[in-house]
Structures are given as C-alpha cells and as structure tokens.
Design a protein around this ligand. Sequence first.
Ligand SMILES: CC(C)=CCC/C(C)=C/CC/C(C)=C/CC/C(C)=C/COP(=O)(O)OP(=O)(O)O
Ligand SMILES: O=P(O)(O)OC[C@@H](O)CO
Ligand SMILES: [Mg+2]
Length: 257
Amino acid sequence: MRRRKKMRMKGKVKNYIRELVDEGKVIHLSLFDPDKVDESQVYTIGKKLVEAGTDGFLIGGTLGVSQEKLDRIISTLEEFGLPTIIFPSNVNLISSKADAILFMSLLNSDDLYYVVGAQLVAAPIIKKLGLEVLPTAYLIIGHGGTAAHVGKARVIPYDNVELILAYSLMARYMGMEYIYLEAGSGAPKTVDPIAVKVVKNNVNGAIVIVGGGIRDEESGKLLANAGADIIVTGNIIEQDSEKALKIIKGIKSMRRS
Ligand SMILES: CC(C)=CCC/C(C)=C/CC/C(C)=C/CC/C(C)=C/COP(=O)(O)OP(=O)(O)O
Ligand SMILES: O=P(O)(O)OC[C@@H](O)CO
Ligand SMILES: [Mg+2]
C-alpha cells in the first residue's frame, strides 16, 4: 500500500469530513480504546484498517485510559496521515498529539458535569493545545454500555424516535454540528436505522455519527443507507479485525445519490 504522505490534519478535520460528505461518501472511523488495545498491535491493525479504507481514527475509552498510553497510540496512528480524533470520556483524555477532539456534551445525562462541567474545564486546555473542536451532541440510546453508567445517562429507549429527534433538534438549535447516536460500546443491538433516517431528514446541516454494536457488514450498510454520515466501529476491531475490514469495505463501496 502506498503510504499516504504524512500530512498533518491539524485544523483540517472538519473540512476533510465535510468534503467526504459532500462527495456523497459514507465515512468510517476506527475506534481504538487505549484501555483495551494491545499497543504492540496498533500499527499493524491500523495499517489493515487504512488499506480497507477507513477514513480516520477515534481514540478514547471510558475506563483506565492513561495519558501516556493515549499519547503513544495517537502518535502511532498519526503515521497514516489520517485524522486522529479524541473520543473523550473525561478531561483526562485531552492530548496535544491529536488532530481534533469530539467536543461532546452528553445531553441526556442526569449529571450536569457530563453536559457542561467537564466541557468547562476542558475548554481552556483545548484552547492552549490548539486542538480542532468538533462540537458534538452525544446521545446515549438503548443499551448504553459503560458510557451510560459512567456518564449517568437517562438512556433513550431504542424505539423512542420522537425523543431522539427532539434531542437532536435541540442540539442543532444550540449550534452543535455533529450528532452522535450511541448505542454503547459492545451493545447487543445497534441504534434503529429508522431513528437515523428521521434525524438525518429533519436536522438540517448536522453530520450524523452512529456507533455501538455494529458487528457485521449488513448492519453497517443498513445504518449508512438510513442516512448515517459517519459509522464508528470499536469492539469488532478488537475482537475480529477481519470482520471489521469487511464492514469498512461494505461502507466504502456505498455512494449517496
Ligand atoms: C468534552 C470532554 C473533554 C469530556 C466530556 C465527555 C463526556 C460528555 C463524557 C460522558 C459520556 C461518556 C462516559 C463517554 C465515553 C465515550 C467513549 C470513550 C466510549 C467508548 O466506550 P468504551 O470505553 O470503548 O467502552 P468499553 O470499554 O466498555 O467497550
Ligand atoms: O465498540 P462498538 O460497539 O463498535 O461502539 C463504538 C462506539 O460507539 C463506542 O462508544
Ligand atoms: Mg473502554
């Protein structure tokens, strides 16, 4: 594989995503959880994911993420010249090595800390580090997983499309540009494609990210067809990287009309 020239994506991630979306492409982002991944495998797995067509990397986890390991994993993934985007669970996951951060607010949390508290503490640090900010509404739906527990989320039922849409509209009206519909890492079921379709069709100008429990090509394509702009997979990369490559290839073969 021709190594993409090592272009710094700092400050260019938002445009990179927007261009891919405008070209009618469905974006795939590979999630590396520093607490779960074997560091010696990061380059090898990353290389396979890039060859399969992944568009960039999310790096983050809920528990057990040390700053040192986070930095080392980001630096390794930087080699591929694709965006490295922090997927934070708390303020300890801010690293100058990354190109951007999903500046997430867990809008359906019962704890203000996860709505505006962590964000308040993080903001001046992000400014100092010059990290590009992707303003994101993080909505935990259905199963929720570790993130729901840690983030004290009042999980939105899978089938409550009306509520998912209301949260998404609220987020957009507050100026957020990305809406992350999260079923939770390792969820037994993904977010419902119907919910994705309703959000994509009704929330003007938002980039819709979908993740949680996507374990096969079929579900990846279903969610992409329903309107997801960005598909995220994490656990399947850790558990069955061959399957992860299939999911990526399936998504990357799609073109929006
Ligand atoms: C903006 C900043 C710096 C912090 C706030 C971030 C927020 C809103 C956190 C609240 C919700 C939360 C705990 C999000 C975690 C997102 C995440 C890293 C999910 C990935 O989950 P995994 O850690 O991979 O799950 P498992 O390890 O259980 O598979
Ligand atoms: O690990 P999976 O289930 O792919 O989920 C990805 C991401 O949405 C987790 O927060
Ligand atoms: Mg984790």
